[in-house]
Ligand binder design. Structure first.
Ligand SMILES: C[S@@+](CC[C@H](N)C(=O)[O-])C[C@H]1O[C@@H](n2cnc3c(N)ncnc32)[C@H](O)[C@@H]1O
Length: 268
């Protein structure tokens, strides 16, 4: 398996992104998209959630993602639904007062640092437009993933290389810290809360979930100060997989916990 980024995992993403998909339900409820509103799906991935947005509004929809592999897949699958899919980074959207809603699911943690992306979203929104984010929150964003990666950092086969990993993500610890990022960018906060969400999966499903997001950071050459070897990647994956098996309860299931920020803000 080659080092991961989102373009590499695009073809598998829809099958494995169970957690991102279910976490988006609450974001839909909070944003209550109207049936003619213009919506930007920021960090749209392969477009399966953008398709759900299409079922709600007849307005213009643009799916944006920085990974060209994701956008290719999205365009192939859902381009015929009258959705534009574009490769752009969040900090350089180049839209000005065109959207009623910016919908951003399971992506905000990648905007490091977040300020330029927030300024760009602010510009893209019309007056009274709103932005909604759902994303992993807190440094221990998932105790299960942190435990598994802790094993990688301790194992003699991976320890040395893992020390050269620089996290591509940023997390805040409280809803207030998230809120202040948005107010500093000009937004008015509608709501901000961090929820602890626990769901039960088989260890193999948890590994798939890990592969659909976290692996694009932990196994991405861009975030290491030395070249990654195939041996490191294989060892990393096998340690993480074993850890999820060890985390299973008597029924063979893992209680997978994520802390998630749900924030809605408005451009007044
Ligand atoms: C975990 S996926 C979420 C995809 C989709 N929103 C979902 O909920 O299933 C994160 C996506 O964010 C994209 N992404 C990461 N950094 C980005 C950036 N700076 N600008 C735009 N997209 C970005 C990745 O390419 C990836 O497709």
């Amino acid at each position: 398996m080659k080092p991961s980024d989102f373009s590499c995992i695009a073809s598998e993403y829809e099958k494995t992104s169970l957690v991102q998909n279910s976490a988006s339900d609450a974001l839909f409820e909070l944003l209550a998209i109207g049936e003619t509103e213009y919506v930007m799906d920021l960090g749209c991935g392969t477009g399966h959630i953008t398709k759900t947005i299409r079922e709600i509004t007849g307005g213009k929809i643009v799916g944006i993602d920085s990974a060209d592999g994701m956008i290719r897949e999205a365009h192939q699958n859902y381009g015929h639904l009258g959705i534009d899919f574009e490769v752009r980074p969040a900090h350089h959207l180049e839209y000005f007062e065109q959207f009623d809603v910016v919908f951003c699911n399971s992506t905000f943690q990648w905007f490091k640092p977040p300020e330029p992306a927030l300024r760009s979203c602010y510009q893209a929104l019309r007056k009274n437009g709103r932005i909604g984010i759902q994303a992993p929150a807190r440094n221990v964003y998932s105790p299960n993933f942190i435990e598994a990666v802790g094993k990688v950092s301790a194992d003699t086969s991976t320890k040395e290389t893992f020390e050269q990993f620089e996290s591509p993500w940023f997390f805040c610890e409280t809803p207030e810290e998230y809120a202040s990022l948005f107010t500093e960018a000009g937004f008015e906060i509608v709501s901000s809360k961090i929820e602890k969400i626990t769901t039960t999966y088989t260890p193999e499903e948890v590994f798939g979930i890990f592969d659909s997001g976290a692996a694009a950071g932990y196994l991405n050459q861009s975030y290491y100060k030395l070249p990654l070897t195939q041996e490191y990647i294989d060892n990393f994956r096998s340690i993480v997989r074993s850890s999820f098996i060890e985390q299973a309860n008597e029924d063979g299931k893992v209680e997978l916990t994520f802390f998630r920020i749900y924030l809605i803000a408005k451009k007044s």
